[in-house]
Ligand binder design. Structure first.
Ligand code: KDG
Length: 318
């Protein structure tokens, strides 16, 4: 019955009100952040029937996460509350790229500080998430963030991506988050991606996570997905399918807030996929939805109006 089911951890995000570093900020604004629920909210905003599956604490932050995501028109009835573990929280400053451990407070780079170890969502596993709930849509959207949360979460991803007759179309955004993989090998992300049908990966994250450089090398390492989308920032995105390769340049926009742009790209692409649009139009809808996210602060933008996006996506074909 659902067009799409998105599964993953969603946290409360606290951002300094101004441009300060975490060391200096005294006042924070609250938001909701979770890569997969961002995709769910955007898909719901684009008119699709969407469910988000996650796990939050039986605490006020869990109430807030559920209320905000439900208010975007997403079904949250399969989200479980954990009586013992808290809702994850993270702090983030502005800036285009994440600070690294070597340069934690470089001006211009975002600081990302997670308080999610032992969170309610990290208790997701094949025992706590019902596979039939996760497989109740046409598309199941997952991301590599979940693989880093706990052994149980990783086992859940393997369970949900196992070959099985009648399984939904599996969408996987690699979402390599440097801060979650310190001291651990992100090769598992490659393994999981190979089990899915539609894979989104950034050229930069493929280099950082796997040392793989370039679209051809990536396709060789990821031959199984029927669609492999390689995103190359402002330069554009390339989709590889059995029918060939399509590249669509990205529109140039003034970046206000880069967080959530990857999620928005995935949502635009998946929305157009659910509507049966051709590959080039799917990439264009990815770019247009990402542009909407890039030009607002915060994690989740409103998706572009469908009629306008269809018009813009068709312009070059005219
Ligand atoms: O894509 C945006 C996400 O990174 C953000 O909302 C938080 O899910 C998140 C994460 O784990 O980093």
């Amino acid at each position: 019955p659902w067009d799409a089911v998105c599964l993953g951890e969603t946290m409360v995000v606290l951002r300094p009100e101004g441009p300060e570093r975490l060391a200096d900020a005294a006042v924070f604004t609250r938001g909701v952040g979770g890569a997969e629920s961002n995709v769910a909210c955007l898909l719901a905003g684009a008119g699709h029937r969407v469910r988000w599956i996650g796990r939050v604490g039986a605490d006020g932050f869990g109430d807030h996460v559920l209320a905000e995501i439900a208010a975007r028109g997403v079904d949250v009835s399969a989200v479980r509350r954990d009586p013992h573990r808290p809702t994850g929280v993270y702090f983030r400053t502005g800036g285009e790229r994440c600070a690294t451990s070597e340069r934690p407070t470089d001006p211009g780079l975002a600081e990302v500080l997670y308080h999610r170890a032992g969170s309610a969502a990290s208790a997701m596993s094949p025992a706590t998430v019902d596979r039939s709930d996760a497989h109740s849509g046409r598309v199941l959207h997952l991301s590599g963030i979940t693989a880093a949360l706990s052994d149980g979460c990783r086992a859940l991803l393997y369970e949900l991506t196992a070959p099985r007759p009648g399984r939904p179309l599996l969408s996987f955004d690699v979402n390599h988050r440097v801060g979650l993989w310190r001291g651990r090998d992100p090769a598992v992300l490659l393994d999981l991606a190979r089990r899915c049908d539609i894979v989104f990966v950034g050229a930069d994250e493929a280099r950082a996570a796997w040392g793989i450089d370039g679209v051809d090398a990536l396709r060789s390492a990821l031959p199984e997905p029927s669609v492999l989308v390689v995103k190359d920032g402002g330069r554009g995105a390339t989709a590889h399918t059995v029918d060939g390769t399509v590249h669509v340049p990205a529109p140039s926009v003034e970046v206000i807030g880069p967080t959530g742009a990857g999620d928005a790209f995935a949502a635009g692409f998946l929305s157009a996929t659910l509507r049966g649009l051709p590959l080039r139009a799917r990439l264009r809808h990815g770019h247009l939805t990402a542009a909407a996210a890039l030009t607002v602060p915060g994690d989740v933008a409103e998706p572009p109006d469908r009629a306008l996006a269809d018009h813009l996506a068709a312009l070059d074909d005219a």
